[in-house]
Unconditional design. Structure first.
Length: 75
């Protein structure tokens, strides 16, 4: 069905919250009705979260390295 093509095509914007409320509602109802698209959405959403967490974890490491570098420079 064409709905699946549309839903998958806009999945990234949907996850990023870049769609209008009308489009969001359309895709939400499609995901509720279509197991295949919901699985794709679920996977992408989880992937996004993993990436987001990974990025967050890397910030303190980068900061630590910068601080260590600054301290080294002063010593
Ligand atoms: Zn579908």
């Amino acid at each position: 069905m064409d709905d699946c093509h549309d839903a998958l095509h806009e999945l990234y914007q949907y996850i990023d919250g870049e769609l209008t409320e009308g489009r969001r509602a359309d895709i939400t109802s499609h995901l509720n009705a279509c197991g295949e698209c919901f699985e794709a959405f679920d996977f992408q959403a989880e992937l996004r979260q993993v990436v987001a967490h990974k990025c967050r974890d890397e910030v303190p490491e980068a900061l630590k390295a910068r601080v260590a570098h600054l301290i080294e420079g002063e010593a």
